[in-house]
Ligand binder design. Sequence first.
Ligand code: COA
Length: 511
Amino acid sequence: MSRPVVTAQPAETVALAAQRMREHKVGSVVVTDHDDRAIGILTERDMIRLAAAGSDASSAKVSEWMTADPDTIGPDMEARAAFASLAERGYRHIPVVDDGGGSAAARKLVGIVSMRDLMRVAMIQPADAQAHEMPKGLEGVVVADTTVGDVRGLEGFYHYRQYNAVDLAKSRPIEDVWQLMFEGRLPTTLAEREAFAAKIRPRRAIPPAVLEVLPAIASAGDVFVPLDALRTAVSQYGAALGFRPSHDIDGETLGDNAMSTCAVVPTLICALWRLRRGLEPVAPRDDLSYAANYLYMMQGAVPTPEHAAAVEKYLISTVDHGFNASTFTARVITSTGADLGAAVVGAIGALSGPLHGGAPSRALQMLDEIGTPERAEPWLRAAVERGDRLMGFGHRVYKTDDPRSLMLREVADSLGGDKMELARHIEATAVKVLDELKPGRRLYTNVEFYAGIVMDRCGIPRELFTPTFAASRVIGWCAHILEQAADNRLIRPSAQYVGPPPPEPVPPISV
Ligand SMILES: CC(C)(COP(=O)(O)OP(=O)(O)OC[C@H]1O[C@@H](n2cnc3c(N)ncnc32)[C@H](O)[C@@H]1OP(=O)(O)O)[C@@H](O)C(=O)NCCC(=O)NCCS
């Protein structure tokens, strides 16, 4: 357990308690009375509730937002039992009190145990003793500390560092967000913004050694799978630029690799797609905004400001999203000390799966198949009854509206178009059908549903939907790669063996 405990008084303001949490880098404070007894706990989750309710932390009292009479454990409880207690109740922190000889009145606060403390202990336990505690798909398991950002699934909120991601998408260009992700701060002056953008521009051009092999990469296979091509091109890019293992280079060099890779990915996507269609790649233009340049390199024509702004919002909203599968993949690969190219290539592979990044074109396909509002209910009902997954619905973390989908719905509305009315009808019907046929699962639209509609309206071909997702997510991957490398430990979990008991004698082969 951790000692001394960071505490707060019930009459203090939430703002003061929050400041103390930040100073001590903890996710909760235990609220104590004058006799040092734990009478409540105030966590980061409570802060979010408070913000969501529009309350003012500088006047709200700790006693109004804390969980009163929190569950506690005694100092003698076994680590595994404490872990079970936390996991079962969905807590991340639990106060430790001495039992004062059994009298409730005398139960003094002596420490606090966090999931993190217990995970540390769990690492030295044999795998079979604790593996069964792990939910399938590692749902809810905290595997690292990060300052890059987080997703609050129950509150329907996500953030890049300390800022609401949707607010950033609505108010800043993507280069500012990129700087925030890499350097930890937003530019505060135009000169600062320009200085960062100036680092990006020259890195957007594809180096000759990569350009040379792009036609071969673009033409491989009977069917063009852009993410496969991108994966190969990024691999080639890392080799051409001589990326070295992150283990062997300093943070500055790794940061330089990251800047170059993020800058070139959109150019690679557009060049590969154009080459496959027998068109010449279009070189980037420095006078266009980030998204305008992306659409220009893809379509060969400067887009309307509305389309460029819509795509830029989409790109910003998908830069990062907690420990999703591709981000985790990038961090695992980086933890081995491998080079940044390897980590990005692995992340692209993870993103290519339909359960992660491959859904927006499938969501649009569903819209096409349904075709008219009257067909929505029977079509959706039949699909869910067959056991199919409705693409663009459901999320591992969000159990309420996905804030990205809400923002993209607004963007799609402003762009108009014939698909919007049908999309809104399908969304409402699907949520109703899912609620009826999958009760309690809390399935709503995710980012992919309206992303497809926005991209379609802006002239992005369906096969480039997921690559466009990769064009922005690479910034998030790289922010995580830099963070992982800066404080690295090999990620090497365990599995619970559930096959036939070993060791069995190896049988001879029959002739
Ligand atoms: C995103 C996703 C993979 C998250 O999955 P998860 O957290 O592993 O959820 P589970 O697979 O445990 O699903 C829980 C239940 O909800 C159901 N469910 C989840 N998403 C569903 C969907 N889109 N359509 C129908 N049912 C769905 C599952 O069938 C399961 O039902 P069950 O309890 O009867 O078996 C899942 O919601 C999905 O496949 N969505 C469609 C693909 C998609 O849009 N991907 C983009 C994600 S941003």
